[in-house]
Design a binder for this molecule. Structure first.
Ligand code: ZN
Ligand code: ZN
Length: 367
């Protein structure tokens, strides 16, 4: 990255603007995913202190060299392994009493909070400010979209390999899941984004099915949920494949999920309520009398974490914004018989969405 084009400077500047809106002088960022997002550091002990102009990264001696390499846009401060003592010193240097210091009340433990409060002078105000970095993370910049796009493209290639070369029938769910994991790395992914789900027949009726050491039969449906990771960023895609001819109910359920998924995908654009996208899928399924068989949200944001903001559920507040990357993944789960889920990953645009997962959605026979 050449000077001036680092995405981290823009992120810190956007965070500074949010701090000003909230009348905070400094924000202490302790969650490591948020730390990575803000400054680029990928180690396991570090935190950021961001203010109007402050861009400070703290770590201990083990990570000093890594921090110089990964987080050059931040002023590096070395502390002891417990970094909170150093944070208190830095806050006192910046005025102490009267300073409003935001902290992440979602991730900072009660014990850490007490320790920090103990070391700060009485006038420093600790303000609960969780979720600020997550809000920034929900809107992806160019470098993030490039990584997610690559991760989705590798998963697409994995599906093609699975369908055209590897096949399903007669192999165990577990062996297919492991083969996908190895192949993901061979194809250039850092890793899979989560352990792949391969769930045939009745096992597919569990939304969070775990692959079993059980052979996949012919003439059934198999739910395959798969994501890759590139530069820390995830992709997420589900296709339900057939291993031969499938009967009336399976086909009927498949077509219903496909139409619900299309309806939700068609609803996506900048400004639409997240709950309205969920409703677009849910109403189709409810009208067919299967509301009870669709028990999870329609989608979720994807980025450095495979599940992040925004959430697309019936009770989600807020609207989608251009640059959100979300899944659209309705499913129907018929207990003890079968499950169907179709999941795309899309980028929200002003007038619709761009689909990143390009495996066809019509029922594919994988053999
Ligand atoms: Zn998924
Ligand atoms: Zn998902």
């Amino acid at each position: 990255v050449t000077p001036g084009t680092s995405p981290f400077r823009g992120r810190a500047d956007r965070l500074s603007a949010k701090l000003e809106e909230s009348s905070l002088d400094l924000l202490l960022v302790t969650n490591l995913v948020n730390v990575r997002y803000l400054c680029g550091f990928t180690g396991t002990n570090g935190l950021c202190l961001v203010g109007g102009r402050e861009r400070i990264f703290l770590t201990d001696f083990r990570y000093v060299q890594r921090a110089r390499d990964e987080a050059p846009d931040y002023e590096l401060v070395q502390g002891k392994r417990d970094l909170l003592g150093k944070v208190a010193e830095l806050v006192e240097e910046r005025g102490g009493a009267g300073v409003r210091l935001g902290f992440d009340d979602v991730h900072l433990s009660v014990r850490q909070h007490a320790k920090l409060a103990d070391r700060l002078s009485a006038g420093v105000e600790l303000v609960a400010a969780g979720g600020m970095v997550e809000e920034l993370r929900a809107i992806k910049d160019h470098s993030e979209l490039a990584a997610i796009r690559s991760a989705a493209a590798i998963a697409d290639a994995l599906y093609r390999w699975l369908i055209e070369e590897h096949g399903l029938t007669g192999q165990t769910e577990l062996s297919v899941a492991r083969a996908l994991e190895r192949r993901a790395q061979d194809m250039g992914a850092e890793a899979v984004a989560f352990p792949p789900i391969v769930a045939a027949a009745a096992n597919g009726a569990l939304p969070h099915a775990v692959p079993r050491d059980v052979a996949i039969p012919g003439d059934t449906l198999v739910v395959v949920d798969l994501g890759c990771r590139v530069d820390g960023y995830c992709s997420d895609c589900t296709r339900t494949l057939a291993t031969g001819s499938v009967d009336g109910e399976a086909r009927e359920v498949y077509e219903l999920v496909q139409s619900a998924q299309s309806a939700a995908r068609a609803a996506v654009r900048e400004g639409i309520e997240a709950a309205a996208v969920d409703a677009a899928a849910r109403e189709k399924i409810a009208r067919a009398g299967r509301a009870e068989e669709f028990g999870h949200p329609t989608g979720h944001g994807v980025g450095l974490e495979v599940h992040e903001d925004p959430r697309l559920s019936p009770d989600a507040g807020g609207a989608l914004a251009a640059g959100n990357v979300v899944t659209i993944e309705p499913g129907i789960y018929v207990p003890e018989r079968l499950g169907v889920r179709i999941e795309d990953l899309v980028v929200v645009r002003p007038d619709g969405c761009e689909v990143l997962t390009l495996v066809p959605r019509d029922l594919i026979t994988a053999g």
